[in-house]
Structures are given as C-alpha cells and as structure tokens.
Design a binder for this molecule. Structure first.
Ligand code: NAG
Ligand code: NAG
Length: 220
C-alpha cells in the first residue's frame, strides 16, 4: 500500500472535495433504492432506520389535497408532507408542504435549518420575502402560477395581501426541513428565555417582554 506524503496529499484532496460536496447539498445522498422510515424504531441514526417491509401506502399522502383550516390568530396553516407523514421519503432529500392563508393571513417570520424552500402559488396573492445575513430584505408580491425561493436557513415570511383566501405548495430539499418560528422560539420556549435577555436584545423593558410572552404562550 502506498504511504508517505503523496498519499497524505491524496487524502487531503479527497477530504476537501467531500467537505465541498457536503456544504453544497442539503440532506445526505441515499445509499439504496428505498429506505422507508421505521418511525416507531428506538434506534437513533441520522434520519430513520429502514422498515423491513413496505408497500405503496408508505409513498402516498392525501394530506395536501384539501385547504387547511386557517381560523387561527395569524390566519395561516402549514400542512406538511414530510418523512414523518410519508415514511417513504426517508433518505430521499425532498418533501412538500401546503400552506393556506385566510384573508390577510400571515405565515410569520421563520427559518428552515435544513432546507431551501420554493413556493408555487395555487391561488391568491402574497407578499413574500427573506432577509439575508447582511440584513437585506429580498421581497416581492407573487400571484397564482408564480414561484419564489427562500434560501436555506434564512428568515422568511408570506403575507396574504388580499381580502380573499390564498394557498401555495412549498417544496424542500430535505425530508424534514425543520422550522423555527422566530417569535415563538424567543418568546414561547420551554423553559422560558429569561426576560432580561429578551429585554436587552429587543431594547424594551421586562414588562413588555411579559406582555409578548403572554400573547404567544401555547394555548393549553
Ligand atoms: C401496507 O402496509 C401497512 C403496514 O405497514 C398495512 O397496514 C396496510 O394494510 C398495507 N396496505 C396494503 C395496500 O397492502
Ligand atoms: C375553526 O373552524 C373549525 C371548523 O369550522 C372549528 O371546528 C374550530 O373550532 C375553529 N377553530 C377556532 C380556533 O376557531
């Protein structure tokens, strides 16, 4: 077997390439045709272990067929078709959601740590945008048949601008994109983020922090 500096250089080159590939893609690549998620397994792996047997139902969902109920405080509902709902998506690196908006409804600022998102407007008109790490807002109003892209990890939102319902299909390059809603992550975490942390961060006083926390507290 070859040893010494030449092999060392080869290993370094290979590692650089592997690191480049890792940074350039989202979910890791699959190693077999299918690996239907065994969601009940207690085994901890990156993703889910494969079920021993599967059938077509593991690759199917009707969850996005009908509008979701949007009669909530913000006037929006995300219905996900990710690996938790469609076990056949395990290791495939893609998923979809449907988002429905009440008149003037908002899908509030949030991030997906593991995926870029692309939305396709089914109907209605939305003001959508993302904020770069340089705090530049990239935003546009989009309507039926149009698309908009939210790069992985960047804070983004969608606001229905009409007094009529709207809906989009959202595609992700991850089987489980993950979502952090900025307001609830900061003001409705368990255990709670200390008031003095939020008061200083937002340049408000602790009483104002408590008012926001009370409004965002999970309904029991
Ligand atoms: C598919 O497999 C599930 C168990 O994972 C079973 O409940 C279901 O009946 C099967 N469906 C068909 C069409 O065979
Ligand atoms: C939303 O509407 C559904 C069906 O009309 C109803 O069952 C539900 O209680 C409503 N939810 C809220 C929060 O008003």
């Amino acid at each position: 077997m070859e040893t010494g500096p030449r092999m060392g250089a080869t290993v370094v080159t290979f590692l650089s390439f592997a690191i480049f590939l890792g940074v350039a893609s989202a979910d890791p690549d699959m190693l077999q045709d299918v690996c239907v998620a065994d969601l009940a397994s207690g085994v901890k792996v990156n993703g889910f272990p494969c079920k021993a047997t599967f059938n077509e139902t593991d690759f199917f969902s009707a969850a996005l067929a009908k509008p979701g109920l949007t009669n909530n405080t913000l006037g929006s509902l995300v219905t996900a078709a990710n690996v938790v709902k469609v076990p056949g998506l395990n290791t495939l690196g893609v998923s979809l959601s449907r988002i429905d908006y009440a008149p003037l409804g908002l899908n509030p600022p949030h991030t997906h740590p593991r995926a870029t998102e692309i939305v396709f407007v089914l109907y209605g008109e939305l003001h959508v945008g993302f904020i770069t790490t340089g705090n530049v807002l990239v935003a546009k109003t989009i309507k039926a048949g149009e698309i908009f892209v939210f790069p992985r990890g960047l804070v983004h939102f969608q606001k229905n601008v009409l007094h009529a319902p709207a809906a989009v299909i959202a595609a992700f390059n991850s089987q489980l994109p993950g979502t952090q809603v900025i307001a609830t992550a900061l003001f409705a975490a368990t255990p709670t983020v200390p008031d003095d942390v939020l008061a200083k961060a937002f340049q408000i006083d602790a009483q104002e922090v408590e008012v926001i926390k009370a409004k965002l507290a999970p309904k029991s």
